[in-house]
Write a protein that binds this ligand. Structure first.
Ligand code: MLT
Length: 204
């Protein structure tokens, strides 16, 4: 089992999903804790640190260049992360069927990959500034796994067509996708958080 430095915050309320928080390149396990509290107050939070280093910057998988993924590495590390999530649900006694991924950028990309390779690991996902990962080898059943995709029209890293391709891919696998667009770049603004929080409240 792959080890991750991580932070775990136990649930303060029952019947709330556990949030799997996945930071962006150069981030760590503390980055998204406040976002997690805002999205679902009282939820348990599991926040691993990506164990790939790119010039000292933690990530969840390797890339050849900005926006160019090492797909083999992505797939392998996706499975490792899903296994870690399963082991953590046993160690910390949270319901493995009630886990919602919350990922930003690199973290959102591995969350998207997990939806395709290990759909049963996630009850849903909030993908903030994610990219199209890869075409799955077979149809994946993402029905009843709501997904919130947030994107910026001025994102220098992710062309709008790429986000649209991701949305189409998820919808083709049966997911109910709620897309939220704004005019900013590769960043999370308050409005996005408000929309995402309403989405969490509605679905979980
Ligand atoms: C990635 O490698 O996941 C994307 O380029 C986004 C990022 O910079 O993290």
């Amino acid at each position: 089992l792959q080890h991750y430095i991580h932070h775990f915050q136990p649930a303060q309320e029952t019947n709330k999903p556990t949030l799997l928080l996945l930071h962006g390149t150069g981030g760590n396990e503390n980055d998204l804790l406040n976002l997690g509290h805002m999205l679902s107050p009282g939820s348990a939070l599991l926040s691993p640190r990506g164990n790939v280093l790119e010039n000292g910057m933690p990530r969840f998988f390797r890339r050849f260049a900005e926006g160019v993924f090492d797909i083999d590495d992505l797939k392998q590390r996706t499975v490792e992360l899903a296994d870690f999530l399963q082991a953590a649900s046993e160690e910390y006694a949270f319901d493995a069927h009630q886990v919602v991924a919350v990922g930003f950028s690199n973290g959102a990309n591995i969350a998207a990959s997990m939806l395709l390779l290990r759909p049963e690991a996630l009850a849903g996902a909030y993908l903030s500034h994610a990219m199209f990962p890869f075409e799955p080898e077979a149809q994946v059943d993402l029905q009843h796994r709501p997904i919130f995709v947030a994107a910026g029209r001025s994102d220098m890293l992710i062309p709008t067509e790429n986000t649209q391709r991701l949305i189409n891919l998820l919808e083709q696998q049966g997911a109910e996708v709620q897309a939220y667009w704004n005019n900013t770049g590769h960043t999370i603004i308050h409005e996005e958080v408000r929309e995402a929080r309403a989405w969490v409240e509605k679905h979980f």
